[in-house]
Ligand binder design. Structure first.
Ligand SMILES: C[S@@+](CC[C@H](N)C(=O)[O-])C[C@H]1O[C@@H](n2cnc3c(N)ncnc32)[C@H](O)[C@@H]1O
Length: 301
């Protein structure tokens, strides 16, 4: 299947507006994925460096973006590392984009163990760099550590009960696949819930396995030094743990004068986009502007 069919990018027009002007701009796409945002940025005249930790995503995105020749380059690995490497070399960007989390391709691939119904090993690694998959994490953590992690990253009130249930299921040989994991959570949680009771636990394990918040913190710390004078950043988050970090970090940079300005309000998808792509529903975009803006028009938000 072609890249464009595997993941629909969210808030594309809003990202282009937040990062404009784009003609000739150098943009770092921290989350290349299937290349949807990068394609739009390239079509608007930018040069794009795209980072992804997922080898399959990079392969498909490179095939999709081949027609842009030398204006597009892909980098393997994590965006935290890529950001810090560019800062260390003194390389700056006119635009930085991060569209956080997993792609629809990763979620929908039954072999990756991200979805509740997958019969494959509960793996949940986005890329080659993560040392430990979700099952290895469950095995390594004691009950309390696992419960704390499910509480912190899944905002799950029943984390202790769920952690005990998962450890018991592993000890009894009942927990190997992602669907086993979903069943073990359901068995540990009393009563009927409107949403699947394992969704928050899946989110927590995925965040922990991929150190998603640690990655985001490192990118946010590097952001002012990564942006050229007058450069712009657009960050899209999909849950409150990410959005809170983005909001607080951008405000702290602005208040300390490391950024000239940042979004006062989040930008969300229109009703039409949400209807066409349910994944866009929780998406929240925040922008930032680096100091040295004299030659650039104000952001349209
Ligand atoms: C939401 S998708 C991005 C989709 C992309 N904007 C598009 O239009 O196709 C997120 C992508 O970022 C990658 N990713 C997530 N966290 C990462 C990190 N810390 N470092 C590198 N890549 C990451 C994932 O592997 C996934 O392919």
């Amino acid at each position: 299947m072609e890249a464009a069919a595997l993941h629909k990018p969210v808030l594309v027009a809003e990202v282009l507006a937040a990062l404009a002007p784009l003609a000739g701009a150098r943009v770092l796409d921290c989350t290349l994925g299937l290349g949807g945002h990068s394609e739009a940025l390239l079509e608007a005249g930018a040069q794009v460096v795209g980072v992804d930790r997922d080898g399959r995503a990079r392969e498909l995105a490179c095939a999709r973006l081949q027609r842009f020749g030398g204006r597009f380059t892909a980098i393997a690995g994590t965006f935290a590392q890529a950001a810090e490497d560019h800062v260390a070399r003194g390389e700056r960007f006119d635009g930085v984009l991060a569209d956080l989390g997993v792609s629809s391709m990763q979620l929908d691939d039954p072999g990756r163990g991200f979805s509740l119904r997958s019969s494959a090993r509960a793996d949940m690694r986005m890329g080659e760099d993560a040392a430990e998959d979700a099952l290895a994490l469950i095995d390594r953590c004691g009950d309390d550590e696992l419960a704390d992690l499910i509480f912190a990253y899944g905002e799950e009130r029943l984390s202790r009960r769920i952690a005990r249930g998962l450890k018991r299921a592993r000890a009894e040989g009942r927990l190997e696949s992602a669907s086993d994991l979903a069943d073990a959570v359901r068995a540990a949680v009393p009563g009927h819930q409107p949403r699947h009771p394992a969704l928050r636990t899946f989110q927590a394990l995925r965040i922990a396995v991929n150190d998603e918040l640690g990655q985001l913190d490192r990118l946010l710390a590097a952001l002012p030094a990564l942006l050229a004078p007058g450069g712009r950043a657009a960050l899209i988050s999909f849950h409150s743990l990410e959005d809170r970090r983005v909001k607080q970090s951008l405000r702290a940079h602005r208040d300390a004068g490391r950024l000239a300005d940042c979004a006062r309000h989040v930008v969300t998808a229109s009703e039409a986009e949400q209807a066409a792509n349910p994944r866009a529903e929780p998406a929240k975009l925040r922008w930032a502007l680096a100091p040295g803006t004299a030659t650039l028009p104000p952001s349209s938000f």
